[in-house]
Design a protein around this ligand. Structure first.
Ligand SMILES: [Fe+2]
Length: 248
């Protein structure tokens, strides 16, 4: 079983595939990467797209039926990539879909250009409500690159980090790749995911990313990342490796 916890495979909901045909090509690309389960995470509340739990569930059911009909061995589960906003706790039960719809892990995208200081309060509230927040592609936020200790603080206070496979492979530039590796070295990465959008332009790449990590780090990291993704799928508890401060 290989699980991808962040991608935009559902057609017509966001900046992912524009048609069923494109979604099926992306699904075939996932299978070619050895992926058996994808948790589809369309953008939610990022100023351009709103995708309610019901919309996501209907789209996932439709795509699952089409995959079954074509004997493409891929299972789609539901999720959202939730843009972080200060009123996200209001209506959380109705508006927010956990990864795999099992009530535990949430995928959170942070604002690109500024660090929302109130995030620490919201992290606390989310955990109090029983959710574990997963912050997507920390390597892409300049404020974390400039202040690495802030990343450590977020993890220390209960957030988990997901790095993109394309970053690991250096496709988003050397500086992001270096930062992602630095995060891994400090035990601040808990997942590698594809953030796939398109079968050609932004494909899965997860198989290659894992191969790269095995070569540059150890196979234990690969097992850790893969097991963590399975825990998300099952909604079960995962034990993060203690983070290492940048001040040591
Ligand atoms: Fe995404």
């Amino acid at each position: 079983m290989l699980v991808d916890i962040h991608n935009h495979i559902l057609p017509g909901l966001d900046d992912g595939p524009k048609s069923l045909e494109e979604a099926l090509l992306l699904a075939e690309n996932a299978v070619a990467n050895g992926v058996s389960h994808v948790i589809a995470t369309p953008h939610h509340k990022n100023r351009r797209y709103v995708n309610s739990p019901l919309t996501v569930k209907q789209a996932a059911k439709w795509l699952n039926d089409e995959l079954l009909e074509r004997s493409i061995p891929l299972h789609i589960l539901c999720g959202q990539e939730i843009y972080f906003h200060n009123d996200m706790l209001q209506n959380i039960e109705r508006d927010i879909l956990c990864l795999g719809d099992n009530g535990k892990y949430l995928l959170l995208e942070l604002p690109t250009y500024y660090f929302p200081t109130f995030i620490f309060d919201i992290l606390l509230e989310l955990q109090f409500l029983g959710y574990t927040p997963i912050i997507v592609h920390p390597e892409r936020y300049d404020f974390l690159k400039k202040d690495k200790q802030l990343g450590y603080e977020l993890v220390r206070r209960g957030a988990l980090f997901q790095v993109n496979a394309s970053t690991i492979l250096g496709m988003n530039g050397l500086s992001l790749q270096r930062f992602a590796k630095d995060l891994i070295k400090h035990n601040l990465v808990h997942f590698i995911a594809s953030d796939a959008h398109h079968y050609k332009e932004r494909p899965f790449l997860i198989k290659e990313a894992y191969k790269y990590i095995q070569k540059k780090f150890t196979s234990q990291y690969v097992t850790y990342f893969m097991d963590n993704a399975k825990h998300v799928l099952e909604g079960s508890f995962l034990q993060p490796i203690p983070p290492i401060s940048f001040k040591n």
